[in-house]
Design a binder for this molecule. Structure first.
Ligand code: FES
Length: 217
């Protein structure tokens, strides 16, 4: 059986920082949109989870941050962990006059009287894109092409990281500012905070596809 060190391509004495670096590099290559497969992607996430749950002596368990325990996967540490997402509808940001760059944005949202579709939490499983997870959870987030060729599904990433295939349409400057595509974005971190429905932002105007038969919103 291949060890998690072999999967992440790190030495067995690698420290946490080296493991984290290796994971971020490795999970990008394992991504299905980058030539990898769902199986490889899950294998890499599982290897990272195994290593991150070891304490300094290499024993599993004691060093785990309680906040990282996956309540959806039971006690089986071999299962890939789901990513917890806190989401916020951009329409609420506009209605309340908030700013995307506000560090207090999600705290403000938690104290506002927003409906469950506008602000809440969901889980993304290891083999799901962010959009797929939102839909499985019963939310109707915007989309059009579902293939990285428009910005109808765009989200703003306030915290965490979401992978993007190399052939996506999002310009580098917008990606650097935190804009991502939810239809083909797979979580690279265990926690995400995202503002969805940002396609109405003026900087995304040129990337939006006109409404089609399969377009939502
Ligand atoms: S729906 Fe077009 S890029 Fe996601």
């Amino acid at each position: 059986m291949v060890s998690p060190f072999e999967v992440l391509e790190v030495d067995e004495d690698a420290d946490d920082e080296a493991v984290e670096r290796a994971y971020r590099e490795r999970v990008k290559r394992a991504h299905p949109d980058q030539g990898g497969s769902i199986e490889e992607f899950q294998l890499v996430r599982r290897a990272y989870r195994e290593l991150s749950e070891r304490d300094g002596n290499g024993d599993a368990g004691d060093g785990t941050d309680p906040a990282d325990v996956d309540l959806t996967e039971g006690d089986d540490a071999r299962e890939p962990r789901s990513t917890r997402v806190e989401f916020l509808d951009y329409e609420a940001v506009v209605d309340y006059g908030w700013s995307l760059e506000d560090d207090e944005l999600f705290r403000k949202a938690a104290h506002a009287d927003l409906g469950p579709d506008a602000h809440g939490r969901l889980l993304v499983h290891a083999d799901e894109s962010l959009l797929e997870a939102a839909e499985r959870s019963g939310f109707a987030w915007p989309f059009s092409c579902r293939g990285g060729a428009c910005a109808n599904c765009a989200v703003y990433l306030a915290e965490g990281e979401l992978s993007q295939p190399t052939d996506h349409i999002m310009p580098d400057d917008l990606a650097e500012r935190g804009f991502r595509l939810s239809c083909n974005g797979y979580p690279l971190t265990d926690e995400l905070s995202v503002v969805f429905n940002v396609k109405q932002r003026p900087e995304l105007d040129d990337l939006i596809l006109p409404p089609g038969p399969f377009t939502r919103r």
